[in-house]
Design a protein around this ligand. Structure first.
Ligand SMILES: Cc1cc2nc3c(=O)[nH]c(=O)nc-3n(C[C@H](O)[C@H](O)[C@H](O)COP(=O)(O)OP(=O)(O)OC[C@H]3O[C@@H](n4cnc5c(N)ncnc54)[C@H](O)[C@@H]3O)c2cc1C
Length: 442
């Protein structure tokens, strides 16, 4: 191994070639800063990846692009050279044996009358309840904003299944942009089937013809300094060196897009207070199924939320409605996100899943399933529990002092979309230039 102790420090080292790390690298190139990007896997993209399996292309569940930043949107369109479609969302909720429009809180029309009545009446009571103390957790947030009926029929059961923890264990800090807050007018119009207004941040989305993995692939093709299959086993903070099995890389600034907890696990020495804070960071994994169908689903929704506990999944989406080029001609494909965090036994689970999909009208029956795969996402959702802020209040100043920019969805330990990851990668590149005091020619 090795490099002499006097080796010149690399101005910027980047850990991870997901969207944040790839964009950081492209920006560093544009800014003329010498750098290397190290990705532990043999392919780029992180969570934004597409797997090819027996003629079907599967993302890691639905990965739909929402690009509100005009310059970023233009850049992504340029990278993908026009191979990007804009699609109007078709999302629904399956509950009480019927489909209703998304979001549940503004579209109770079509639910059994007693359920719709409870939801609307409780919304009105909450609306006129007067000033309340700030909500202490997500369940209280829902009760204050939506009332008890919507909270009971959708918000609590759906979010408990999505996050893998009870909504009273998490705060509402993550949800500002992601949970639409309807007006009283919206709720009343939605109760009588008059709501024409689409709510929420994701009314239209962009999607590459051959899957979301095309985006990081296009970025990777433009990147000259990404090294795949490279993961440091230790970060020697005193010497400011990344230690690989076959090389020591001295660095000046480190941009890390690895999950924050994993980054801290690499840093040595790590102050005890930071180590203790890292132990308090929580994230949940999840299991989902990729399902290859003989033919297109019978329903036309892009995805459906499924809040009721009697179903083994909380969301089902149709990849082949995002793009028919993801499947062989005439075929279809689904992702099915499982509520249970225990590893499923496919042979036991699949009959329950196909029965539920048939009940929902998505497929006619199990005979239309060509194959199904169990997939796992290790670090899927950061848990915004009550220890979150105190832990980060210890960790963030330590990293700043160490000139380590931990960014992206998991590096920043947050809930963000692909657009955020792209933006944060570029911001970290610019910050690293500031830390270097101006820039270093390549
Ligand atoms: C189930 C699910 C559905 C989602 N759906 C959407 C959606 O529809 N729309 C949307 O906009 N966003 C969606 N997201 C969010 C989106 O996936 C992320 O915001 C984005 O991909 C994060 O990119 P990133 O670069 O920050 O992190 P990552 O994609 O996690 O990239 C980090 C990279 O670092 C690498 N790495 C880790 N440790 C090391 C190490 N020690 N050394 C070197 N490399 C390392 C990893 O292998 C990975 O490639 C979804 C996320 C999930 C979990």
């Amino acid at each position: 191994m090795a490099v002499s102790p006097t080796a010149k420090a690399l101005p910027v080292a980047v850990l991870g070639a997901g969207l944040a790390g790839l964009h950081a690298g492209l920006e560093l190139t544009r800014l003329g800063v010498e750098h290397r990007v190290f990705e532990r896997l043999a392919w780029p993209g992180g969570h934004a990846t597409t797997t090819f399996d027996e003629g079907y292309r599967f993302d890691r569940t639905g990965h739909l692009l929402h690009l509100r930043d005009v310059a970023l949107r233009e850049r992504v369109c340029d990278w993908l050279a026009g191979d990007l479609r804009e699609i109007v969302r078709r999302s629904v909720i399956w509950s009480n044996g019927v489909y209703t429009r998304y979001p549940f809180q503004a579209n109770t029309f079509g639910l059994p009358p007693a359920v719709a009545n409870e939801c609307v009446l409780d919304f009105v009571k909450a609306h006129f309840a007067g000033p309340q103390p700030p909500p202490q957790n997500f369940e209280e947030f829902c009760l204050q904003h939506f009332g008890a009926g919507i909270t009971r029929h959708f918000m609590v059961p759906y979010n408990a299944r999505l996050w893998g923890v009870a909504p009273h264990e998490i705060t509402s800090a993550w949800c500002e942009r992601f949970v639409p807050l309807p007006t009283l007018e919206d709720v009343i119009a939605g109760a009588v089937g008059l709501n024409q207004r689409e709510l929420g941040y994701n009314q239209k989305f962009l999607y590459p013809r051959l899957g979301i993995g095309e985006l990081p692939r296009a970025m990777y093709r433009r990147s000259a300094h990404v090294e795949l299959g490279r993961e440091p086993r230790r970060i020697d903070l005193d010497a400011r060196v990344l230690e690989f099995d076959d090389e020591r890389v001295p660095f000046d600034v480190l941009i890390s897009t690895a999950p924050l907890k994993a980054l801290l696990g690499l840093i040595d020495p790590l102050p005890t207070a930071v180590f203790d804070a890292a132990q308090r960071l929580r994230a949940t994994h999840l299991y989902y199924l990729d399902v290859a169908l003989e033919r297109q689903p019978r329903t036309d929704f892009h995805w459906s939320y499924v809040p009721e506990a009697k179903y083994p999944f909380y969301r089902v989406g149709c990849y082949s409605h995002f793009s028919p080029d993801l499947v062989p001609p005439g075929a279809g494909s689904l992702y099915v996100e499982l509520a249970d965090r225990n590893e499923p036994v496919l042979g036991e689970l699949l009959p329950r899943v196909t029965a539920a999909l048939a009940e929902m009208g998505v497929i006619e029956g199990a005979r239309h399933v060509r194959f199904a795969r169990v997939r796992r996402i290790d670090c899927a959702y950061v848990i915004f529990d009550h220890a979150y802020y105190d832990a980060l209040a210890v960790i963030r100043p330590f990293l700043a002092e160490a000139r380590i920019l931990s960014t992206g969805r998991y590096g920043g330990w947050q809930y963000g979309a692909m657009e955020d990851a792209l933006r944060e990668g570029a911001v970290a590149a610019a910050q690293s230039v500031d830390l270097l005091g101006g820039g270093t020619a390549q």
